[in-house]
Design a protein around this ligand. Structure first.
Ligand SMILES: Nc1ncnc2c1ncn2[C@@H]1O[C@H](COP(=O)(O)OP(=O)(O)O)[C@@H](O)[C@H]1O
Ligand SMILES: [Mg+2]
Length: 258
């Protein structure tokens, strides 16, 4: 925790809301997944969403990107009601970046070709495109891996590649769906540093979810705890850990991060 903390922006201040879910409910068949859920992401914050498997974390990302429409309620991005706006328009208009829980790259292409593919979609001018790829390659230290097919990369390298691909478009809102799942401790530390560095160098808001509390809480400004379709606690990592509802429903009594 300490190691990571020193990278944090101390003067995080913005209270401006960049993404808001207003009274959103989602049903699959007759099963209710989200129940009148309210959530705000503030500009330039790193917001962590925690909750058990199946609680609806990926569903929340799907509501933000437009992959899923809520049965009730509204999705608002930068003050605009986007509930009926298609996915592609949301991505371009608001510069969304998504690192999905699974997949996100083309296995039979090399690392470099995966990067080029995304760059060609987003950046018209060849020179700018090459500059951007070079910047990302050096930032992520990809030099030795460029010609390896994605399917032969390790789990951590794949995850780094998908994050890098999401960053090519200089997103303003980056959504990371369980980026630490099944990775070793050193790779998790490296990804946490990448995320924190992004916040200090780019104007970016990050929403990150996980079902494991420890790794998530050490790299977020604020966290929300989800249970039974609702946000049951919200606050700084220390605040949510000591919240009684969050203890009862999610952390248990023994949990601490120090
Ligand atoms: N397309 C779907 N059809 C039916 N049920 C779904 C579908 N997608 C998700 N669900 C259900 O919705 C719930 C929330 O899923 P999800 O958002 O993926 O949870 P999490 O990401 O928190 O693990 C789960 O119980 C899951 O089974
Ligand atoms: Mg999920």
């Amino acid at each position: 925790m300490g190691l990571i903390k020193k990278f944090r922006i101390k003067s995080f201040k913005s209270e401006e809301t960049i993404v808001e879910l207003k009274n959103t409910s989602v049903f699959y068949n007759k099963r209710q997944i989200l129940n009148n859920l309210n959530l705000k992401v503030k500009k330039q914050e790193i917001l962590g969403m925690l909750g058990p498997n199946g609680v609806g974390k990926s569903t929340i990302f799907n509501l933000i990107t437009g992959l899923k429409n809520p049965n009730f309620g509204e999705v608002v991005i930068q003050g605009i009601n986007v509930t009926n706006l298609p996915i592609n328009e949301r991505f371009t208009k608001f510069k969304l970046g998504l690192v999905p829980q699974y997949g996100g790259l083309i296995h039979d292409l090399s690392m470099l070709d995966n990067l080029k593919l995304v760059a060609e979609i987003h950046i018209r001018q060849r020179e700018l495109r090459e500059q951007k790829i070079n910047k990302i390659v050096s930032q992520f230290e990809f030099e030795a891996l460029l010609n390896i097919k994605a399917k032969h990369l390790s789990g951590g390298q794949k995850k780094k590649l998908v994050i890098a691909m999401a960053l090519i478009n200089d997103p303003k809102i980056l959504l990371l769906d369980e980026p630490f799942a099944a990775l070793d401790i050193l790779t998790i530390r490296m990804l946490q540093e990448i995320i924190l560095n992004l916040q200090s160098t780019e104007e970016i808001s990050v929403v990150i979810c996980d079902h494991q509390a420890r790794d998530l809480l050490s790299c977020v400004d604020r966290a929300i705890i989800l249970s039974n379709g609702k946000v049951i606690a919200s606050g700084s990592p220390n605040e949510v850990i000591s919240n009684q509802a969050a203890k009862t429903e999610y952390f248990g009594d023994e949990f601490n991060i120090n």
